[in-house]
Design a protein around this ligand. Structure first.
Ligand code: SF4
Length: 214
């Protein structure tokens, strides 16, 4: 098994229940719902993506053939900004693209051996190993949702996947995140109104964009 990552970088988690928490973001290359090429967007199962996940040429990106070596790189990214005397558990967020195309038990184990807490942000089309510490699922239209339980369900709003259709799933937290783009203001107002009327749902803002961090 080899791992292809677009980028690895330290930042603050911008969204959801862990918003504001220091983290290493590890972005895998590739997704099963879009090629990442603009020419394919109109026919893709997921067509509102704003992420570049093609290739391995981003900051800290590359290819690893060994889970331990990648675990070392993730921990090194953490220690590049967090001194050893600081409290707070080292935290890595696997994202993409679709991280479950590549994340496996070997890499999860390598992270745990190095003291890293492991989170994933996935489209939910591939089962996530239970050894992952924090599972965030963002269901997408035109795709079968197989990961129907976890810690956090995050839905872009408004969206072809309606909140009512996933509100009964087994997640601890439910977040609505206004769709970015030219309609962001109206989408935010709609998300606020929905959360007010349906208190199971909380508003998630992309705070990293608000403060200008990656
Ligand atoms: S599933 Fe996620 S990474 Fe893949 S195209 Fe959609 S938003 Fe982008």
């Amino acid at each position: 098994m080899s791992y292809a990552l677009k980028e690895i970088f330290p930042t603050l988690q911008g969204e959801g229940a862990h918003s504001g928490r220091a983290a290493v973001f590890a972005r895998f290359a590739g997704c099963n719902l879009w090629s990442g090429r603009e020419a394919d967007r109109a026919t893709a199962a997921c067509n509102f993506c704003d992420t570049d996940f093609i290739g391995t040429d981003g900051p800290g990106g590359g290819r690893w053939t060994d889970a331990g070596a990648l675990g070392d790189a993730l921990l090194a990214c953490w220690t590049s900004v967090v001194s050893g005397s600081q409290r707070g558990r080292p935290y890595v967020v696997f994202t993409g693209g679709e991280p479950m195309l590549q994340l496996n038990e070997a890499l999860i184990g390598a992270c745990h051996e190095r003291g890293l807490e492991v989170a994933i942000e996935t489209n939910g089309t591939i089962p996530v190993p239970s050894s992952v510490d924090w599972i965030c699922v963002s269901p997408k239209p035109s795709s079968e949702l197989v990961q129907t339980e976890g810690d956090e369900l995050k839905l872009v709003y408004p969206h072809a996947v309606r909140p009512e259709s996933v509100a009964g799933l087994d997640f601890a937290h439910f977040f609505l995140q206004p769709m970015d783009g030219p309609e962001r203001e109206a989408n935010t107002a709609a998300a606020v109104a929905y959360c007010l009327a349906h208190p199971q749902w909380r508003l998630s803002l992309q705070t990293h964009k608000l403060v200008g961090i990656p």
